[in-house]
Design a protein. Sequence first.
Length: 174
Amino acid sequence: MRFEPITEADLPLLATWRARPYVAEWFHGPLTPEQTAAKFLPRIRGDDPVHGYIAYLDEVAVGYIQSFRVTDHPHDVAALQVPGDPHGVDVLLGDAEARGHGLGTRVVREFTQRLLDARVDYVVISPDTENFAAIRAYEKAGFAAVKTVSSTKDERMNVLMEFPPGSVHARSGG
């Protein structure tokens, strides 16, 4: 598995993936090609602190994963209430056929390990409380649920998960 930074050439693929119902359901709706460009071009150009990557398995693009320093996003700090300097990740699998076979777990596990190898303090992810498949995949990748938090995007609730387990509690003294 490899992770390549997104480029402008990836925008049509990202728009296609984001328009799929099983992705749009958990990512606050689909994006048009124009919305996709508006969202991802700043990341590609380095004007946005979120770093996006296409995940490849056997030279086939299978998903998108992004990382960010939580402290670069004050609304996330307020919602998540995490101590220290964690990095957050978000992931989607673009192909319905890839779902349900452990690929999401593998993408998250391998990407998270790369972040930790780069000396990231710890990693958090916050799936929707109703996204049971994602929660289970992240548990299999080694993440542990910490608490329920408000979404920063809508009225839903999310499960704050951390890797390595115990990171939030260890840093907050709780």
